[in-house]
Design a protein around this ligand. Structure first.
Ligand code: HEC
Length: 121
């Protein structure tokens, strides 16, 4: 009985450590890390910017707020000038909490390189 609760305790502890480790890595991602050349591509922008910060409003499932859908490369590319304006110049999107850290840096560099679909190291 004692050893059973001890091992449950150990299990809980290691799960908590795993979560903390994951949390550290995630927060590291959003504070000041500079994207590498291999990260300047649409998949990375989708994973680190559009997915977490835009598609909760600008997706089919969310009703394409403002008539804007940001779920595919072609749509995003066709709206790139206006996306740059609202996210990086006026900072009105995402609403109420402008991009900063890695997502802002990634989007800036991706747009500066002409918003390529794949990396060109
Ligand atoms: C909480 C919901 C929400 C989030 C998150 C959000 N938007 Fe929007 N967005 C809106 C709404 C609503 C509109 C239309 C009304 C307006 O312009 O404020 C809009 C409008 C826009 C427009 C059109 C602006 C114009 O002047 O015509 C663009 C482009 C846009 N969003 C891009 C983005 C991008 C890129 C992100 C992520 C970085 C983002 N939005 C995040 C709700 C959101």
């Amino acid at each position: 009985m004692l050893s059973r609760s001890l091992s449950l305790g150990l299990l809980a502890f290691s799960l908590m450590s795993a979560c903390n480790f994951h949390k550290d890595k995630t927060s590291e991602d959003t504070t000041g890390t500079t994207p590498t050349a291999e990260q300047i591509n649409f998949a990375e922008v989708q994973a680190k910017v559009l997915g977490p910060y835009c598609q909760n409003c600008h997706s089919q499932g969310a009703g394409n707020l403002g008539g804007i859908n940001l779920e595919g490369y072609a749509q995003v590319k066709s709206l790139i000038a206006i996306i740059e304006r609202v996210t990086l110049v006026e900072k009105s999107m995402p609403r109420g909490s402008p991009l900063k850290g890695y997502p802002a840096e990634l989007l800036t560099q991706w747009i500066a390189k002409g918003a390529p679909e794949t990396s060109t190291p």
